[in-house]
Design a protein around this ligand. Structure first.
Ligand SMILES: N[C@@H](CCC[C@H](N)C(=O)O)C(=O)O
Length: 293
């Protein structure tokens, strides 16, 4: 492939390598993707995003069927080279990238539909950066036990699907969250066949202030390890906490992660409830990387 022209960006510290391949001609092997994401031997990132015109990808054809205006497809990979369906932080950074490259326009109040493997996702600009409609979410029914390296006993987790699979675990308080060792992947019992992103949460005190629910979260991402943030994970963590809090819990949530803060909003739609995520999206630098054959 030769030289990769890339942009590095992040959303609350969840960082990505982005490159444009409008024609869909530069697909990289999992091994090469993992090398790009390696923080010692490559560029370094939690995820890699290829911008492809939907019409030039098989997965993109499904997006165009869902919404003919979904011109661009976010082809997303985790740091280990595995494919992921969606990325809540990544799609905001992807939008910033498309704008920066002059590939799309997005005026305030307008919506940009983007193809992903989880379906088309609508993005709008807002005060914090961008808001993305993450679509319908659901409880999976799974409640695996979660073992993390320095947690004295296994904790019950709650399985949720937010375009990507998640298991959310409530911890006793800030001390437990801060001292959690996520250097080793937590174990799920039973383990979901396709793996899961695992979020550890604690409520703020008070949990609800001015009508907004507030939690802190740390995450171990599938295919990556501990990251500074996870957008779909923040949505899963807020929805799980609302589920545990019961009737009367708010629909608006602020989720603090090691890399910043994102906002989550659940809202009713025709076919059930959807969830939206808002937060910043920054581009940090551009570069070139010679990919060895
Ligand atoms: N960081 C993401 C999720 C990325 C994909 C995840 N690692 C998976 O495999 O599901 C986000 O911001 O949502």
């Amino acid at each position: 492939m030769g030289t990769l022209h890339f942009t590095k960006g992040h959303g609350t510290g969840n960082d990505f390598i982005l490159f444009a391949d409008p024609g869909g001609e530069q697909s990289l092997s999992a091994e090469k993707l993992a090398m790009l994401a390696d923080r010692h031997f490559g560029i370094g990132a939690d995820g890699i995003i290829r911008a492809v015109r939907s019409r030039n990808l098989l997965d993109g054809a499904a997006s165009l069927e869902e919404d003919p205006d979904a011109e661009w497809f976010m082809d997303y990979y985790n740091a280990d080279g595995s494919v992921a369906e969606m990325c809540g932080n990544g799609i905001r950074v992807f939008t910033r990238y498309l704008l920066d490259e002059g590939l799309v326009t997005l005026e305030p109040g307008e919506t940009l539909p983007i193809g992903t493997r989880a379906g088309v996702r609508d993005v709008q600009s807002n005060r914090s950066g961008f808001q993305v409609d993450l679509g319908h979410w659901r409880l999976t029914g799974a409640e695996p036990l979660v073992r993390a390296r320095n947690l004295p006993v296994a904790r019950p987790g709650l399985g949720l699907e937010v375009g990507t699979p998640h298991v959310v675990v409530a911890l006793a308080g800030d001390d437990e969250l801060d001292s959690l060792d996520l250097g080793t992947a937590p174990q799920l019992d039973p383990a979901p066949v396709s793996g899961a992103n695992i979020e550890f949460v604690v409520p703020a005190d008070p949990l609800v202030k001015d009508g907004i629910g507030r939690i802190r979260m740390r995450v171990h991402e599938r295919g990556v390890g501990e990251t500074l943030s996870c957008g779909t994970g923040a949505a899963a963590a807020a929805l799980a906490t609302r589920h545990w809090a019961g009737a009367g819990a708010p629909d608006h949530w602020r989720v603090s992660v090691p890399g910043g803060t994102v906002a989550v909003r659940a809202f009713r739609a025709e076919e059930g409830e959807r969830v939206a995520l808002s937060g910043p999206a920054e581009l940090v630098f551009k570069g070139e990387f010679a990919i060895p054959d």
